[in-house]
Write a protein that binds this ligand. Structure first.
Ligand SMILES: [Zn+2]
Length: 95
């Protein structure tokens, strides 16, 4: 694999972490213990598995797809890992 910087020096790290992963995204105040959310950031990240290839010369994660906070929140809502505003309203009515 050749990085955008032109280097072909990469490290690939992979593992099956199942539900033992911890995910933290400070910009949206999100923390999660369990399976890795499927955020579409790179093909090898989500669910049971972490599989990342990183350039040893520039530090870029290969095949990384930038996401806005809005995209991340939408995906996490779809996965049921954060409440949608409709759910929050429903809980308020239950009180
Ligand atoms: Zn690079």
């Amino acid at each position: 694999m050749t990085c955008k910087c032109g280097s072909d020096r990469t490290i690939r790290v992979s593992g099956k972490c199942s539900d033992l992963a911890f995910t933290q995204i400070d910009s949206i105040d999100f923390e999660h213990d369990g399976y890795i959310p499927h955020l579409g950031l790179t093909p090898g990240l989500g669910g049971d598995y972490i599989d990342l290839t990183i350039c040893l010369d520039c530090g870029t994660v290969q095949e990384w797809s930038p996401k806005s906070d809005e995209d991340l929140v939408g995906t996490l809502k779809d996965e049921g890992l954060i409440e949608s505003s409709d759910d929050a309203d429903a809980e308020e009515w239950e009180d």
